[in-house]
Design a protein around this ligand. Structure first.
Ligand SMILES: C[S@@+](CC[C@H](N)C(=O)[O-])C[C@H]1O[C@@H](n2cnc3c(N)ncnc32)[C@H](O)[C@@H]1O
Length: 187
């Protein structure tokens, strides 16, 4: 099965769980990578890798031992392992990244999770986990199809996350905006 068929088969099973109508375009995928400020050593965790358009670029830019790829859908995760046998691809929920990171410092979480479509308590769990994983030195790079922040303002404040709107990408279906978050250093 090719990438589009894998994507559509997951979409048919649960459109809200996939949260997109098509895989990210090459331009959006590259914009996600360009937003990463690399510290040269920390882990790069991809959440919701899907059929792998962002994974492909991550695998070209970072050594395999710095990458941890997470996808909840078992079929898509299997397809990712076939495409990227050198990478660690886990069939796992984003809520469990701390277990999989095993205390390794995290430079960036790169997420395509459909945060605003998730139930609020699931989203809040995931955001709290990401904030703990990136700490004060890492960053969360996230895209959204909406006009506003992909993390509701109050939920970002609860985790001391401050947002920066990085780039609007017209050439994606639908158009998307890349955002970056960091955890504030002050109390
Ligand atoms: C919008 S798609 C993005 C796919 C791909 N990264 C891209 O950019 O085309 C979101 C992906 O997140 C996955 N996903 C949704 N909730 C998840 C969760 N809690 N943990 C891990 N993956 C999840 C879905 O299965 C889907 O593959």
């Amino acid at each position: 099965m090719n990438n589009f068929l894998h994507f559509w088969s997951a979409w048919l099973k649960g459109p809200h769980r996939v949260g997109a109508v098509a895989p990210s375009s090459p331009i959006l995928s590259q914009a996600m990578l360009n937003a990463i400020e690399d510290d040269g050593e920390g882990m790069i965790v991809e959440l919701g890798a899907g059929t792998g358009p962002i994974t492909k670029r991550l695998s070209r830019q970072f050594p395999a031992e710095r990458l941890l790829i997470i996808e909840r859908d078992a079929n898509m995760a299997r397809h990712l392992r076939e495409q990227f046998p050198e990478l660690t691809v886990l069939t796992a929920d984003a809520r469990h990244i701390l277990t999989h990171l095993k205390s390794r410092p995290c430079c960036a979480v790169v997420s395509a999770l459909p945060l605003l479509s998730l139930p609020a308590h699931d989203r809040q769990d995931i955001i709290a986990t990401i904030a703990e994983a990136i700490g004060h030195n890492g960053q969360l790079v996230q895209f959204t199809y909406g006009f506003g922040s992909p993390i509701p303002k109050l939920e970002a404040q609860q985790q001391k996350l401050y947002a920066h709107r990085e780039r609007f990408i017209l050439r994606n279906l639908p158009p998307a905006t890349v955002w970056k978050y960091r955890v504030a250093k002050q109390a």
